[in-house]
Design a protein around this ligand. Structure first.
Ligand code: ASP
Length: 445
């Protein structure tokens, strides 16, 4: 039987009304047999996500502070959903045990995984489905990547095609047998693992927007939705800040050639975005690019030294300094006598001065500079490789908006052009590029 794995994000399971929408979506297509859920998200913009409350509980318990308040909010949310749906759940007992575990000093990752655990149990009970605990099937390696044995284990757990399963997202177990979580938003990865393990024909990712948008709606007014996008483009867009889909979730489904659909739980009639291994011939003809995403928190360190080009191993030693401090870098543009390293601020972790001191001592540059508050904008699109004039369009638009371009980077694969601008110019730059590729009069999604 053909099966679809459907993953529902935090806003899709935020309350009982959302649970009912999930049930209706599951019933609308009998091929939807496997569900993966996040922990309940916000019901209102000013409310905390369950995952954040769990982090808070753990940290407060570790400081021997009373967790009454955040734990009360968590309990209220879960018991409220159960009561409204009329589920006679074992939840109160499980919550009590969990509180004792928190106060006895359980690990942070175990604590935070309970958001998905309780949510999946409730959803399974509501749908009359089988609950699947990923701790028994998903094995994570030290680097946070999934161990391939997980696919086989999960395949046997999900083997009965006549049944419906609900699996908790976001966590698995490590080799030491401890609960381990993915990075934030990681239930997308759990869903992708389940889709691959079950040999699904489609992985649906249900969220609160109708798919990928060409640009961030907080910056561009009512941006157009992307109908179809390739795996490579999505990974670029997601890594460069488009938050609809976790960048690491692409890998399990890409390897298995399973298409992904990003859909809106609140507007199931919208087609959403399809993520496919290869774009069809018609793709990208109207906008030439797939999308624009960006990160507004980068720093660029530039090293200048005459005859750098003759010093074999210069780049190796420069990047070695970043390695020593366990800092990963994004880009490394260079010219004959200069080389820059662009790093995201959360990866630099305030080590600017240490890195500068090490570079000064070990490489003896003629000039060393640091530029903070840099924004990186990625214009992404596989079609670029076949289209003349994309770069010209981007830079003409930026010039017309009087935006100074600090740095340009284009990978040899030509799937994106990265433009660095001052953080203060970031939003205007995104709007200018958007307008250059999406004409004003075009229909909006
Ligand atoms: N609940 C986790 C988070 O808030 C994981 C997820 O929602 O995918 O990051």
């Amino acid at each position: 039987m053909e099966r679809i794995v459907a993953k529902f994000g935090g806003s899709s399971v935020a309350d009982a009304a959302q649970f009912r929408k999930v049930a209706a979506i599951m019933q609308a297509d009998p091929r939807r047999r496997i569900l993966v859920v996040s922990a309940p998200g916000k019901r209102r913009p000013d409310e905390a996500k369950i995952t954040d409350l769990l982090y808070l509980c753990h940290d407060m318990a570790a400081m021997a502070t009373s967790i009454d308040e955040p734990f009360g909010l968590i309990t209220e949310r879960f018991t409220g959903i159960a009561a409204e749906l009329g589920i006679d759940s074992a939840l109160p007992g499980l919550l009590q045990t969990f509180r004792r575990e928190l106060e006895a000093g359980c690990s942070r990752e175990f604590a935070v995984s309970r958001g998905e655990f309780f949510c999946a149990r409730l959803m399974a009970e509501f749908l009359g489905a089988e609950f699947v605990d990923p701790a028994n099937h998903i094995l994570l390696r030290g680097n946070g990547l999934v161990d391939p044995v997980s696919y086989e284990r999960l395949r046997s757990r999900l083997a009965d095609e006549s049944r419906m399963y609900v699996m908790a997202g976001f966590y698995g177990r490590n080799r030491q047998g401890e609960i381990t979580t993915f990075s934030r938003g990681g239930s997308d990865i759990s869903g992708a693992i389940a889709a691959r393990a079950a040999g699904a024909i489609l992985y649906e990712n249900w969220t609160d927007t109708s798919g990928f948008l060409i640009a961030d709606p907080r910056i561009v007014d009512n941006p157009r939705a992307i109908e179809e996008i390739s795996f490579r483009e999505v990974r670029e867009m997601a890594y460069m800040g488009a938050s609809v889909f976790h960048d690491e979730a692409i890998l399990p489904v890409r390897e298995a050639g399973i298409p992904v659909a990003i859909r809106n739980t609140n507007r199931p009639e919208d087609p959403g975005t399809r993520i496919v291994p290869k774009l069809g011939a018609k793709a990208l003809t109207s906008t030439e690019i797939a999308g624009i995403s960006g990160l507004n928190n980068a720093t660029m360190i530039t090293v200048e030294k005459s005859l750098m080009n003759k010093e074999i191993g210069f780049a190796h030693r420069l990047l070695g300094i970043f390695l020593q401090h366990n800092i990963s870098f994004e880009h490394c543009p260079s010219s004959i006598d200069s080389m820059s390293v662009i790093v995201l601020d959360n990866k630099l972790r305030g080590l600017d001065q240490t890195v500068l001191d090490d570079i000064g001592r070990q490489l003896e540059p003629d000039h060393l500079s640091i530029e903070k508050n840099l924004a990186l904008i990625a214009v992404v699109g596989e079609g670029m490789v076949r289209t003349v004039g994309i770069a010209a369009k981007i830079f003409t638009a930026l010039a017309a908006a009087h935006i100074n371009v600090r740095v340009i980077n284009q990978g040899a694969s030509e799937i994106n052009i990265i433009v660095g601008v001052a953080a203060g110019d970031y939003e205007e730059a995104v709007r200018a590029i958007y307008r250059a590729f999406v004409p004003e009069e075009s229909p909006t999604a």
